[in-house]
Write a protein that binds this ligand. Sequence first.
Ligand SMILES: Cc1cc2nc3c(=O)[nH]c(=O)nc-3n(C[C@H](O)[C@H](O)[C@H](O)COP(=O)(O)OP(=O)(O)OC[C@H]3O[C@@H](n4cnc5c(N)ncnc54)[C@H](O)[C@@H]3O)c2cc1C
Length: 305
Amino acid sequence: MPKTVGQTFHTPTPVLPSFDYVRPDSPQEVTKLLSKSDGNARLFMGGTDVFVRMRDGFITPKILIDVKHLPGMAQVEFGKRKGLIVGAAVDMNSLARHPAVVEHYPVLAEALHTVASYQLRTRATMGGNLCNASPAADTAPAALVLEASLILHGRRGEYPIPITEFFLGPGKTAIKPGEFLLRIEIPPAPKGAVGRYLKLGRNTLGDLAIVGVAVLGYPDNKAKSGYRFRIALASVAPVPIRVPEAEAILAASPITPDVIEAAAKAAMEAAKPIDDVRSSAVYRKAMVKNLTKRAVTEVWEKLVQ
Ligand SMILES: Cc1cc2nc3c(=O)[nH]c(=O)nc-3n(C[C@H](O)[C@H](O)[C@H](O)COP(=O)(O)OP(=O)(O)OC[C@H]3O[C@@H](n4cnc5c(N)ncnc54)[C@H](O)[C@@H]3O)c2cc1C
């Protein structure tokens, strides 16, 4: 059984350390439990990150808190004015096939489809994907270009935090002790918006991203080009990032292949990747340029069809 946090154990039969399973009756109870646990309690949704990290000895929570039954946690709601509301415990397959996601937020559906395998997505959630705060989280770029807010519950009740302020570093979020994620709120997508998520992995299915690029483009008379683009990247910085430098280039002058090339170059320059088991930093940078150029071009072609 793993004894030291942060060390990987390769046992012939991997085992989970023992823990208590707790199912509180209200968000207030969850907050109380988290507050008095001194870091020893942890929430889980699908458990596809939590249990793997426990098995490998990276984390050793004494208590796992199940909140999936609490009101709204497993629900998806949509309204043309309020947008999309995704309970933190909604599994990825249900979310990806939800009619509102398919019709109004296809870039999110596309990102969800790139996560691991169908089997894993029956358990894994977007809530867990964001709270896990991996730089490679596939739903993060989509959440960034869709300008999602995360609704947290803490000692003073509920409050929203914009996705741009949520990620603080690898595995670190703005969630404070005693707080947890209730739901993700995504505003209505801009009129006429077209999106694309391109992911490069070591294989076509079931691997974490070497690079992930989400692009959302839409008509906007106030932009000199007549269009605005939002661009977000995964797996090329300590946290998933928006790329305002590239977005500004696409707003500033009529879109041509040269302008797209310049925006893709700006995205590459904004990326601050590391070398790791999946890729070198140099290759990641080159692929940011490549994928950004492809994604923007595809979005642009659809916008002017
Ligand atoms: C084989 C395999 C392949 C994978 N492939 C991919 C991939 O392609 N792309 C990708 O992005 N990820 C991938 N992952 C990682 C993982 O599956 C995803 O991050 C998944 O979305 C996690 O969701 P979950 O519901 O299982 O989270 P959990 O494991 O339940 O939780 C993840 C983290 O978030 C915290 N947490 C969960 N819910 C809350 C909450 N409501 N409030 C506060 N904190 C919370 C937990 O304490 C934990 O730290 C893979 C994992 C495996 C095992």
